[in-house]
Design a protein around this ligand. Structure first.
Ligand code: PEP
Ligand code: MG
Length: 324
């Protein structure tokens, strides 16, 4: 089967009835970057830049960040690279961040862009590195953990400030596409007010499930009974896809559920133009999407959205597994 899967590596991800899907990779470590060339992806759909902080004694400066991004972009050979700004906080804690306050509820605390907006120098060094690397290829920038449009306004102002600084310093930089990770219920509900400032959105279903179901994603006692693939989360995804499509903004999903070969076809059927998956799951997900028909995926999506109970969704997944 492994050999069979590799035959799709160099082909575009397209269903039997010619529906093209952008299939990108989630990158979380330096090793993932090294593997980029042999998995046959359309680019990087989620660059979890926190890897820069793992085992680091100090926060990497603009130059160190630029070097890492440049290396990944070079390996992509002209394909898109989607960089997520640092998503610090909650389950992502790092020893090199001495100022991080202890919080009673870290998942509801200073994380993602909330942290970035409180530590502007760190944010600016990242924005500058990203802007500079965009002079060398297609780069998309995405912000995690937004809940309201004011955060996006402020972030765009920070980008404008960095562009101005770079121009004054005579440093070259490129155009970016802008997106957010839709991973809080508030982002889903407030999406209409943000879409005019966005080129794309990417659904972070891991956190969207955590915050929709009020179930800690790291709590082993809860994960089986409160999975991301559940009726409420599917509704959130559907609302996001509908709003994005209406505004002509492209919509991706980068949470773990896209890496599940039983679920990926259903997501495509729900109207997602793009999926970003773990490098290890890429061959299997790609083969499945290429061997199936879009009309069938739409059918499955309709069935999934009609499920009122978790157990109905589980039965649907069982039947998908049987036919795979
Ligand atoms: C998510 O929340 O679904 C996501 C893709 O980001 P992370 O798992 O890094 O929080
Ligand atoms: Mg997340």
């Amino acid at each position: 089967r492994k050999k069979e899967l590799s035959k799709y590596r160099d082909r575009p991800c397209q269903t039997q009835d010619n529906h093209r899907i952008q299939l990108l990779a989630n990158i979380a470590t330096v090793n993932d970057i090294a593997r980029l060339t042999d998995i046959g992806s359309d680019g990087i759909g989620l660059f979890r830049t926190e890897f820069l902080l793992m085992d680091a004694k100090r926060i990497p400066d603009e130059k160190a960040q630029f070097t890492q991004y440049y290396e990944a972009l070079h390996l992509l050979g002209g394909k898109t690279m989607t960089i997520r700004t640092l998503d610090i906080g909650a389950d992502k804690e790092f020893a090199c961040l001495p100022n991080k306050m202890a919080e009673d509820n870290p998942a509801l605390g200073v994380r993602g862009v909330r942290y970035s907006l409180l530590h502007r120098n760190m944010l600016r060094s990242q924005l500058r590195a990203v802007l500079r690397v965009a002079a060398f290829g297609p780069v998309r920038l995405m912000f995690p953990m937004l809940t309201q449009v004011e955060e996006l306004d402020e972030l765009r102002q920070e980008v404008a400030l960095c562009q101005q600084q770079l121009a004054e310093e005579g440093k070259s930089f490129g155009e970016l596409q802008y997106g957010i990770v839709v991973e809080t219920p508030a982002a889903v509900l407030n999406l209409d007010s943000m879409l005019s400032q966005l080129d794309f959105v990417s659904i972070g279903s891991n956190d969207l499930a955590q915050y929709t179901l009020a179930a800690d994603r790291t709590n082993q006692e809860l994960t089986a009974d409160y999975p991301a693939f559940s009726p409420a989360v599917l509704k959130m995804i559907e609302m996001t896809v509908t709003a994005a499509k209406k505004a002509g903004v492209s919509c991706s999903l980068c949470g773990e559920m896209a890496s599940d070969p039983r679920i990926a076809p259903i997501l495509v059927g729900m109207g997602l133009d793009e999926l970003s998956v773990n490098p290890a799951s890429m061959p299997e997900v790609k083969a499945l999407l290429c061997e199936g028909a879009y009309t069938k995926f739409c059918d499955l999506a309709r069935q999934a959205l009609a499920c009122k109970r978790l157990s109905d969704l589980e039965s649907l997944l069982m039947s998908c597994q049987a036919t795979n």
